[in-house]
Ligand binder design. Structure first.
Ligand code: HEM
Length: 162
């Protein structure tokens, strides 16, 4: 079975049929995808800015994480579910676009960056929670996060063109 066969099989499943055959479902999914992106990218960027030192006298990193990161996780889940639903009906066509590997690769980089941040830098947060500049590694994670989510957004938009 080739990769193209897998995409063709994805295009024939019940969700793909429903997205193809239901008027206005695709633009509705696109709209919800964008709401999910806002819920992901907004709080993630606010947390990244706090990691870069903005507002460090006003707000602790742990409070910022507790408020912002659950919202970002919900946003990612919404974007992922709607993204997969939009991918299925045109799997062969979409996977073939030049921007597709960029979007997937940047999603993987963003995910690895989150895992590394929580396993390494965030463990020592007590030392720089409030009123202290975050360490260089945490600031680097913030820059990678801002760049990778911006890149995923750009690659997502480009999916419609190339
Ligand atoms: C996690 C799984 C995801 C999948 C499978 C996915 C898949 C898709 C698909 C199939 C499209 C429609 C492309 C077209 O119009 O032909 C799309 C659009 C888009 N995606 Fe995603 N996506 C995902 C997550 C994300 C995330 C996390 C972001 C941003 C942080 C994002 C940003 C965008 C943008 C900006 C668009 C264009 C929306 C528009 O102009 O209507 N996607 N995505």
């Amino acid at each position: 079975m080739s990769v193209a066969d897998i995409y063709s099989w994805l295009e024939d499943n019940v969700v793909a049929e429903a997205v193809r055959g239901t008027p206005y479902l695709y633009p509705t999914l696109e709209t919800i995808h964008i709401i999910g992106i806002a819920l992901l990218a907004g709080p993630a960027a606010a947390f990244d800015l706090r990691l870069l030192g903005f507002g460090r006298r006003l707000l602790s990193v742990t409070v910022a994480a507790d408020y912002l990161l659950p919202l970002a996780r919900i946003g990612f889940a919404v974007a992922a579910v709607t993204g997969i639903a939009m991918f299925l009906p045109g799997a062969n066509l979409i996977a073939d676009r030049a921007s597709a590997p960029w979007k997937l690769g940047l999603l993987i980089i963003a995910g690895l960056n989150i895992a590394l941040f929580h396993r390494r830098m965030y463990r020592n947060v007590a030392g720089w929670d409030l009123d202290r500049p975050p360490p260089g590694t945490a600031r680097l994670a913030a820059v990678v996060s801002l760049a990778s989510w911006s890149g995923v957004t750009l690659a997502g938009r480009l999916l419609a063109y190339t």
